[in-house]
Design a protein around this ligand. Structure first.
Ligand code: DWN
Ligand code: ZN
Length: 410
């Protein structure tokens, strides 16, 4: 039988045992495990959600590891449901092709490429291959004309790909390197794929943003690691690869776009971000202890605001049903007493109920006829776009509550 989860004791980056507990969010449902109505009375799987800091390599991570089969074989997150995200990846694909693809015969492989939106945009310029373990999502990727292997990436699969398709000129992995527990194996697989000639480019949420302008709600079981460049460099160099460029990109709060290869000249950007991380003390446990204190304050403030609004008879709904929203709702205990419903553009989520708190998810059109007084913006990472898109609602007097990192009403 599939074991649902296990507790690891060693650091997933350096293998050391110098790990300290930083933040305990309690036992929690899986952030993308939306429920059908008929399952609401069944016992839901809940797993510890605790974040640890490694004093040897400075990485932030979970030690309670949920089986990826449970997390990702059927997935409710569709990249193309968030227009700004789809646009971001389409542009990234074009930039990578301009920079690194020389001929239509070059191979670009994406690990965890979701519905294939990045690769579909460059499939006329190179050979493309998506490795997407979620069968329901792989199907959509295939329909968009992108050859897709519905499996998890590992060294064995990398070897098979090299045998069947040859080496890759570019390997991309966006929002994946935080999700993979066995990072060493993943990087070794990538090394095999790119050989000495290709590049590996990945985006991952930056821990500097998580503890700064971002929110603790980015913490959930899918995210095993909360990466800094400092910790990643330690890992990557230990495997005989080099980070040769990096930039911060304004997506999911703020992410790092990291460029890795075997023998390219290292750009100044790498030293600059490492220096910035040092200044921010991302290599110190105290920094994360402070962050954990802010999380409790944030909880108190948001709960008290919502309580006051409800006392005054206000109707509140949620905007978006993102994974991060489910961390927020479950940690704060916000359910249907507070929120009437969540609206979300993802067809897979509509008609279902949020994990743990069981708030119904409906399509965004509901807001045309059923207008609340306040909307809790769970998809806060798209604040600017959503506030612009919902100008009419705001003109009618509807207020948006931004929950993290500071509670704000706009
Ligand atoms: O790593 C991960 C990150 C990067 O993406 C994952 N493991 C899963 C996912 O996290 P998330 O679900 O928190 O991501 P988003 O992109 O913040 O989700 C936004 C949600 O809001 C989607 O379900 C779509 C929805 N949405 C909406 O209803 N109206 C989004 C926009 C922009 C909108 O206008
Ligand atoms: Zn470590």
């Amino acid at each position: 039988m599939l074991s649902k989860y296990r507790h690891r004791t060693a650091c997933g980056i350096c293998g050391g045992s110098g790990l300290s507990l930083i933040l305990d969010l309690g036992k929690m449902s899986l952030a993308n495990a939306f429920l059908k109505k008929e399952d609401l009375n069944k016992l839901e799987d809940k797993f510890p959600l605790k974040v640890y800091f490694c004093r040897f390599c400075s990485s932030l991570q979970l030690l309670d590891i949920v089986n990826p089969e449970l997390l990702f074989r059927h997935y409710n997150y569709l990249t193309s449901a968030s227009r700004p995200l789809a646009e971001h990846f389409i542009k990234m694909g074009k930039d990578l092709a301009d920079k690194f693809v020389a001929s239509p015969n070059d191979l670009v492989v994406e690990i965890g490429g979701n519905d294939g939106v990045l690769l579909a945009g460059i499939k006329d310029r190179s050979r493309v291959l998506n490795i997407e373990p979620a069968e329901n999502i792989a199907e959509i990727s295939r329909k968009s004309g992108v050859e897709t292997i519905p499996d998890f990436f590992n060294l064995k699969l990398a070897e098979e790909i090299v045998r069947k398709y040859g080496n890759a000129k570019v390997v991309v992995a966006n929002n994946v390197m935080a999700h993979v527990e066995n990072l060493r194996e993943a990087f070794s697989g990538v090394k095999k794929l790119i050989n000495s000639d290709g590049v590996f480019v990945f985006e991952v949420h930056w821990v500097g943003n998580l503890i700064g302008e971002g929110g603790f709600d980015q913490i959930y079981h899918e995210h095993v690691f909360y990466h800094s460049l400092t910790a990643l460099k330690y890992l990557v160099e230990g495997l005989g690869l080099k980070i040769f460029d990096v930039k911060l990109v304004p997506i999911h709060g703020q992410s790092m776009r990291v460029y890795v290869a075997e023998g390219k000249e290292v750009k100044k950007s790498v030293a600059t971000l490492l220096q910035r991380e040092k200044k921010m003390k991302l290599n110190r446990k105290e920094t994360f202890v402070k962050f954990a204190k802010r999380v409790s304050k944030n909880k108190e403030k948001l709960l008290s605001l919502l309580k006051d609004l409800k006392k005054n008879g206000k109707r509140i709904t949620g905007y978006g049903a993102p994974a991060k929203g489910n961390t927020l709702l479950n940690y704060l205990g916000i359910g249907t007493d507070t929120l009437d419903f969540l609206t979300d553009t993802t067809i897979f989520k509509q008609g279902l109920y949020s994990p743990g708190m069981h708030v119904p998810v409906v399509g965004p059109e509901r807001l045309l006829t059923d207008i609340p007084d306040y909307i809790l913006l769970l998809a806060w990472n798209y604040t600017d776009l959503i506030l612009e898109k919902e100008r009419e609602l705001r003109n009618k007097g509807v207020k948006f509550i931004i929950p993290v990192p500071e509670v704000k009403i706009v």
